[in-house]
Write a protein that binds this ligand. Structure first.
Ligand code: MN
Length: 213
């Protein structure tokens, strides 16, 4: 996903704070990006501050080698490194709600692996709404391009060695509570209209391209 290393920086949103209205209002998005996501970045940097050898590693390397990190920072890297990874992909996977749908190779793979876009949407919604407590629902592809829906808890990432994330939805209450209160299903229904299918399709085609090399 990136070769960025310590100190990790807060990536600006790739759109204005009010770009996702009416699905996500500017207040919700501002708190989510400027406060919640920034805190994960700050805490990840703090965890790595005393470990110069780890400061050369990319975020993906850190997250796939958690068991080999010093015990004192494993939990901090898992929670905050995951928080950085997940939020960067989440914000980068959305755009203004204009009713775009998947196309190209990704659309074909969704039909193949879920039956139809509509069936994928139902299963993805179930994964997001049915996730108990805080976490994420993902659409991910294995090395052969086979798609699956994955749930993770807290700020855990999906298995980044086995899967390439295509897109994901944040179902922590902080992602929607200011605007939707407890109505997670309404937030998830709206989120489907925000998916940046062009970027998702590009991520998917990159996997297929790697297989051809
Ligand atoms: Mn969040």
């Amino acid at each position: 996903m990136k070769a960025e290393t310590y100190p990790f920086v807060v990536r600006p949103l790739p759109y204005e704070y009010d770009a996702l209205v009416p699905v996500l209002d500017a207040e919700t998005l501002t708190f989510h990006h400027d406060k919640h996501y920034k805190t994960y970045v700050d805490n990840l940097n703090a965890a790595l501050a005393d470990y110069p050898e780890l400061q050369k590693k990319s975020l993906t390397e850190l997250l796939t080698e958690i068991d080999m990190l010093p015990a004192a920072i494993q939990t901090a890297v898992r929670n905050n490194g995951g928080g950085v990874y997940n939020h960067e992909l989440y914000f980068d996977s959305m755009k203004s709600p204009v009713g775009q749908e998947p196309s190209g190779a990704l659309a074909e793979a969704i039909d193949r692996d879920f039956g139809s876009y509509r069936q994928w949407k139902e299963q993805m919604k179930q994964a997001a709404v049915g996730k108990f407590g805080s976490g994420w629902a993902w659409l991910a592809a294995d090395k052969n391009g086979v798609l699956s829906i994955v749930q993770t808890a807290n700020q855990d990432v999906t298995n980044l060695e086995a899967y390439t994330p295509i897109l994901l939805v944040d179902v922590w209450e902080h992602a929607y509570y200011l605007q939707y209160q407890n109505r997670r299903a309404d937030y998830v229904d709206g989120w489907f209209h925000l998916i940046n299918w062009r970027k998702a399709g590009k991520r998917y085609e990159d996997i297929l391209g790697e297989n051809r090399q």
